[in-house]
Design a binder for this molecule. Structure first.
Ligand code: NAP
Ligand code: ZN
Length: 352
């Protein structure tokens, strides 16, 4: 066991602050990583503030962060894919049982024995797992990903959650040439959704509550931008979408978007607001429309997404911040003021 610096939440209402945490010494299957960048996902905020209490209550102290890119500092004897000095990346998952049907089909995120990067039981040290707002992490090599060498590391970190969470449902629902795809909410996930839908060849429409993001949306790959609070603009798109990705972090009306789906169209929810949604069933009945959800993606698909990003030069648009600005960044997330992902330069932790 060794110590490393971190930023942790002591309770649902306390600001994140400097702390020291323990990590296990790498076992023969482990990779030890010095963390260089960690993206800030809105899920970090939900979890640190215990907003998902009814589904995933937070254990304190809590160290969040699951968009991790760093340099490998040590590997166990059985590890073949990485050596010290390599770049390694870790997303939302750090372990699973590898034998259940979910693992066998590449859906480790649904493994009954799955371990999330933070706030999951830690079988090695007891307590819960601690995430990437820290100096170093030790992870089973099967959950460490390769980042294409052409990609900027600060911008690559958010691919590990925002990237795979948007890539996976768009692949599943066949977003591509000849299809009209909507993205609701131009935040961290949303802007990656726009980049992927554009790269897949779809006609992309962004729905935003922030008129000031219009130019950015077009630059990121949108063909059209709709200000979602304008009912007339919304109505013009009624019954026309093959697919809509909803990446909103707060309460909003899903029914308005379901009306925009064509016959057989699908809306997939990736946003995870605190409270349940009221759904008008008739909106789904008429037009055989469907509403579904999607949770991150498995390890194989995450590597596929990273390789796709390498081939198409896709990274997240990031604002790099020192860890000392993390509480301010959270307040800005709540004001939809992120362009379009915060990426923490973890070297700043050394000043703590
Ligand atoms: P984010 O960067 O904060 O972006 C959220 C965006 O939602 C905002 O930029 C804003 O876009 C829009 N929005 C915010 N408040 C709104 C409101 N009251 N009404 C309508 N739109 C609003 O968040 P994120 O990191 O992308 O995460 C988005 C959600 O996905 C979070 O709930 C997060 O926990 C969840 N998530 C889910 C998964 C999964 O596996 N399913 C993975 C990661 C994250 P505009 O300014 O354009 O309106
Ligand atoms: Zn996330």
């Amino acid at each position: 066991m060794y110590k490393t610096k971190a930023y942790s939440a002591a309770s649902a209402t306390s600001a994140l602050a400097g702390a020291t945490i323990s990590r296990r010494d790498p076992t023969e299957h482990d990779v030890q990583i010095e963390i260089l960048f960690c993206g800030i996902c809105h899920s970090d905020l939900h979890q640190a503030r215990n907003e998902w209490q009814s589904v995933m209550p937070t254990a304190y102290p809590c160290v969040v962060g699951h968009e991790i890119v760093g340099r490998v500092t040590k590997v166990g004897a059985a590890v073949t894919g990485f050596k010290p000095g390599d770049i390694g990346a870790v997303g939302c998952l750090v372990d699973s049982d590898h034998v259940c049907p979910e693992c066998q089909s590449g859906f480790e995120q649904f493994c009954p024995g799955g371990v999330f990067t933070y706030n999951s039981p830690d079988k090695h040290l007891g307590g819960v797992t601690y995430g990437g707002y820290s100096g170093s992490i030790v992870v089973d090599h099967r959950f460490v990903l390769h980042v294409p060498s052409s990609l900027d590391l600060a911008g690559a970190a958010p691919l590990l959650c925002a990237g795979i969470t948007t890539y996976s449902p768009m692949r599943r629902w066949g977003v591509g040439k000849g299809k009209k795809a909507g993205v609701v909410g131009l935040g961290g996930l949303g802007h990656m959704g726009v980049k992927f839908a554009h790269a897949f060849g779809a006609h992309v429409v962004v729905f935003t509550t922030s008129p000031g993001k219009k130019e950015d949306a077009l630059r990121l790959g949108a063909d059209e931008v709709v200000i979602s609070r304008n009912a007339d603009e919304m109505r013009k798109h009624a019954g026309s979408f093959d697919f809509i990705l909803d990446a909103v972090s707060a309460d909003h009306d899903l029914n308005a978007y379901i009306q925009l789906l064509r016959r057989g169209g699908n809306m997939t929810l990736v946003g995870a607001p605190e409270r349940p949604f009221p759904i008008a069933g008739f909106g789904l009945l008429f037009g055989n429309r469907s509403l579904s959800g999607s949770l991150i993606g498995g390890i194989r698909e995450t590597q596929e997404m990273l390789d796709f990003c390498g081939a198409h030069n896709i990274t997240s648009d990031v604002e790099v911040i020192p860890i000392q600005k993390v509480n301010e960044a959270y307040e800005r997330l709540l004001k939809s003021d992120v362009k379009y992902r915060f990426s923490i330069d973890m070297a700043s932790l050394k000043a703590e």
